[in-house]
Design a protein around this ligand. Structure first.
Ligand SMILES: CC(C)(COP(=O)(O)OP(=O)(O)OC[C@H]1O[C@@H](n2cnc3c(N)ncnc32)[C@H](O)[C@@H]1OP(=O)(O)O)[C@@H](O)C(=O)NCCC(=O)NCCS
Length: 303
């Protein structure tokens, strides 16, 4: 087995390997080869930290012509524009490997350590180890063959970072929003700050709850393998107004809108603390279930 720099001739094998991992986490999700080729040069899903990247290296593990593992490595700059926690750091942006060849992931992690030494990184930053798609930023529990070599190489999930569960399911069968659950409650739809419409519940001008929806995960057709999926984000009801049906009502409005937009499935990233506080029961009432649990921030023991 040899560790080599990525070359375009490996692109289709890389796409296959990435999609094996992606579609194990969320049913049917795939990324196109063109998109991945662009992403290797610049990750436009990461608007804050990607502009700080000064070095990129994609390494492949190859055995007798077969691609066994791929890792994308980054080095952040040393300038004042880079935040303190990223300045001079290196990171494994993501890593995937053939499940039956854990040795390839281990070899790639060794090569990553050498690359970080060559780049003279001040430390290895372990935030990003998922894939360049919405909500898959950590290592999902359906990739034990990635987590195990990371642990063997001395990486541990950062316990100060939250774990997240990915919930998902169908939008069909969810009732249309009925009358407002509280007299005088009104709905306002505006452009959200994330990727689509924002729905807010207002009472006498006060906002009691809101949620945002991305109703085009295909990004205008760039990612056909994610067509038909919506994502629900930033759902919150003011503490004193919970358990009165406001959350369900605004989610039903978002669901109706997403269905009109042509979506029939939804994905939601739920922090473990919210899940335990009651969000799990809330989402299960819509028929949505956990696809995977994700672990973030894999750091080498010495960091
Ligand atoms: C989840 C949340 C939006 C629900 O809003 P809501 O207006 O209380 O929801 P509804 O009244 O329509 O439904 C109540 C359900 O919410 C769930 N819930 C209750 N208290 C909760 C809490 N503190 N946190 C999360 N969910 C809670 C319960 O499952 C309850 O179902 P039940 O009637 O079977 O007991 C709201 O509790 C909240 O803002 N929680 C904190 C933020 C959060 O967890 N957001 C989701 C992150 S992805």
């Amino acid at each position: 087995m040899r560790i080599l720099p990525f070359e375009p001739r490996y692109l289709l094998a890389l796409q296959r390997l990435v999609n094996v991992h992606l579609s194990a986490a969320v049913p049917g999700w795939t990324l196109s080869a063109d998109y991945l080729a662009q992403h290797l040069e610049y990750d436009d899903t990461e608007g804050i930290t990607e502009p700080w990247v000064t070095e990129r290296s994609t390494l492949v593990a190859v055995d007798r012509g077969q691609l066994l593992a791929v890792g994308r490595l980054l080095r952040y700059g040393d300038g004042a524009e880079v935040s303190d926690s990223y300045r001079g750091a290196g990171t494994i942006s993501w890593l995937v490997a053939r499940p039956d060849r854990a040795d390839s992931a281990a070899a790639l992690l060794n090569a990553a350590a050498e690359q970080f030494a060559t780049w003279k990184v001040t430390r290895v930053y372990g935030w990003d180890t998922g894939l360049p798609v919405y909500a898959l930023w950590g290592v999902p529990d359906c990739w034990p063959h990635v987590a195990a070599p990371l642990r063997t190489a001395g990486y541990q999930p950062d316990s100060s970072l939250r774990r997240e569960a990915l919930y998902g399911g169908y939008l069909g069968g969810i009732p249309e929003p009925g009358a407002a659950p509280i007299s005088g409650l009104t709905l306002r739809r505006t452009a959200g700050v994330v990727d689509g419409p924002r729905f807010a519940a207002l009472l006498d001008g006060q906002e009691l709850g809101c949620c945002e929806w991305n109703v085009d995960l295909s990004r205008g057709g760039l990612l056909p393998g994610m067509g038909g999926w919506a994502c629900l984000q930033n759902l919150m009801v003011e503490q004193d107004w919970r358990n009165r049906g406001i959350g369900s009502w605004i989610v039903q409005h978002g669901v109706a809108w997403a269905r009109l937009a042509g979506c029939d499935r939804v994905i939601i990233s739920v922090a473990n603390e919210n899940e335990q506080a009651g969000a799990a029961r809330f989402y299960r009432r819509f028929g949505w279930e956990v696809f995977v649990q994700e672990t973030h921030g894999w750091l080498p023991a010495a960091s």
